[in-house]
Design a binder for this molecule. Structure first.
Ligand SMILES: Cc1cc2nc3c(=O)[nH]c(=O)nc-3n(C[C@H](O)[C@H](O)[C@H](O)COP(=O)(O)O)c2cc1C
Length: 335
């Protein structure tokens, strides 16, 4: 059953107006800076705002950091944060400063996978001025005995424990690796997720065969990474109450338009802004505005124009698309 989607209903005259909503927050544009290095200082957050982003998701505070500080345990934090004595306090101070100075919503990010008290930090984030919380459930289920159902339940538990302590909206950033991502999305939606952020990106290490070493694979994303995200945006648009954020593979303005056509309420980017600088947000936003004007479309009309139609079964739609693609490939490459 199609349901009314948060953020999908804002319609404006076809004059390139970009104001929109994301999980109930009012945004001046649907381009959002996703969690990444450009939120590590107030100056770069201001530059992002001046360039036209509609909201900023701050870099993550990690479960490991919170646990280590609370328990005084020797657990190692992520390498990039290891020299920070009190990461939580520093995070909250920057969040408070940003929330005080910026006019766009500032979304705090909590990142973890285990159960426990670390999620209570969401309350401190709210108190420091976060307009919303994004929970990045970054899970490579390395416990080989953990079942798929347990992994899914863990997502719901984490969401619930954050919802229990805050009143601001809560977004869940998740990976695409579920046996039935659609059902996981519906369960998160029913459990009160205010937005689904599609998708988390695993930083997969590579292997250097000359040195016979594992090498960190922390590169920036490629444009193709938007494809999977768009497939699921198109499938979920109109099927969940939660807002939908596209979160992978934006290289240029066309990718912003594509994500919106697929059904995103907002389009997030990190790699493009790291590659070209915060001011590149302005080019992405202007590219979208010009597209709307050229095509005489409002943002509301553009959004979800190419989503799976409401009266169509997603599985059949995907299967027929799959067959069409194979047929096309056969004609192009076949003997
Ligand atoms: C240098 C860098 C740092 C990142 N830091 C975080 C982080 O702290 N928390 C998080 O949830 N995602 C983080 N990400 C992931 C991004 O938010 C984003 O989901 C991912 O890069 C895909 O989007 P993109 O294709 O626009 O880069 C980081 C990505 C990069 C490249």
């Amino acid at each position: 059953m199609p349901v009314e989607q948060a953020g999908a209903q804002v319609d404006t005259p076809a004059g390139g107006e970009l104001a929109t909503e994301y999980m109930g927050l009012r945004l001046p544009s649907p381009l959002v800076a996703s969690a990444g290095p450009l939120s590590q200082s107030l100056d770069s957050m201001k530059e992002l705002e001046e360039s036209g982003v509609g909201a900023i998701v701050m870099f993550s505070l990690f479960e490991e950091q919170v646990r280590r500080e609370e328990a005084g345990s020797p657990e190692a934090p992520p390498a990039s944060q290891s020299d920070e004595p009190a990461a939580t306090d520093a995070y909250l101070r920057l969040l408070e400063a940003g929330a005080g100075e910026l006019s766009v919503p500032l979304i705090a990010s909590l990142n973890g996978f285990r159960g426990g008290e670390w999620t209570a930090t969401a309350r401190r984030m709210q108190d420091a001025g976060a307009s919303a919380i994004e929970v990045n459930i970054y899970a490579v289920p390395g416990d080989l005995s953990m079942s798929g159902a347990e992994v899914e339940d863990r997502h719901l538990e984490i969401l619930q424990s954050v919802k229990d302590v805050v009143s601001v909206p809560v977004a869940v950033k998740l990976s695409p690796y579920f046996s039935s991502l659609g059902q996981m999305a519906l369960r998160l939606d029913e459990a009160g997720a205010d937005a689904l952020v599609l998708f988390n990106r695993f930083l997969q290490p590579d292997i250097d065969i000359r040195r016979k070493e594992v090498v960190a694979g922390a590169g920036l994303s490629g444009q193709d990474e938007g494809l999977l995200s768009r497939t699921w945006l198109a499938a979920l648009h109109g099927k969940v109450r939660a807002s939908l954020a596209a979160a992978s593979g934006v290289a240029g303005p066309d990718d912003v338009v594509k994500a919106l056509l697929a059904g995103a309420d907002v389009v997030m980017t990190t790699s493009a802004l790291v590659r070209h600088g915060a001011s590149y947000a302005g080019e992405l936003v202007n590219g979208l505005r010009h597209y709307l004007i050229r095509n005489q479309l409002t943002l509301g009309r553009l959004r979800g124009m190419l989503a799976v139609p409401a009266d169509t079964r997603v599985d059949e739609y995907e299967r027929s698309g799959y067959l069409a693609v194979l047929e096309q490939a056969r004609r192009r490459h076949g003997l």
